[in-house]
Design a protein around this ligand. Structure first.
Ligand code: FES
Length: 154
């Protein structure tokens, strides 16, 4: 399931990491980069690759929200709805995005262009409200900034 190049990387990591459990996150991350999400088959694959029970892999995948269990659209918009962002208007940001994209939080557009999700705190509370698209953060959001972002991503 991993590319040959990634298998080589795993072999290198095995030399550097003290336990096989320490390899779970980097290997899952490689799979997500490759496939876009972590399927059940991928979890079984990682379990057999690292010789770790699949339940333990599932535990890691379900704990970290950065690990996706479903295929997402081309642009995955994650809106933080935790306390700081909520107090600074994340509900209005989410409502606006739902209206603009024509999908509800947790959905992917039929053309696979957009996925909209609620997210827990992403550690950017000082610049709330915020959202993330992949690895990029967009902070101190206003409705105007959200509109500009959608135009940029279109
Ligand atoms: S509460 Fe939104 S980033 Fe922390």
């Amino acid at each position: 399931m991993l590319t040959e190049e990634n298998i080589k990387k795993v072999e290198e990591l095995k030399k550097r990491y003290p336990t096989k459990e320490a390899l779970i996150l980097p290997v899952l991350w490689m799979i997500q980069k490759q496939e876009g999400y972590i399927s059940e088959e991928s979890m079984k694959y990682v379990a057999s690759l690292l010789n770790i029970p699949v339940g333990q892999i599932l535990g890691v995948v379900t704990f970290y929200t950065m690990l996706k269990r479903k295929k997402t659209g081309k642009n995955h918009i994650e809106v933080c709805t935790n306390v700081s962002c909520m107090l600074r208007g994340s509900a209005k940001i989410m409502e606006h995005l739902e209206k603009r994209l024509g999908i509800k939080a947790g959905e992917t557009s039929p053309d696979q262009k957009w996925t909209l999700s609620e997210a827990e705190c992403m550690g950017s509370c000082g610049t709330a409200p915020m959202l993330a698209v992949g690895d990029e953060y967009y902070e101190n959001l206003t409705i105007e900034k959200v509109d500009q972002l959608i135009e940029k991503l279109k």
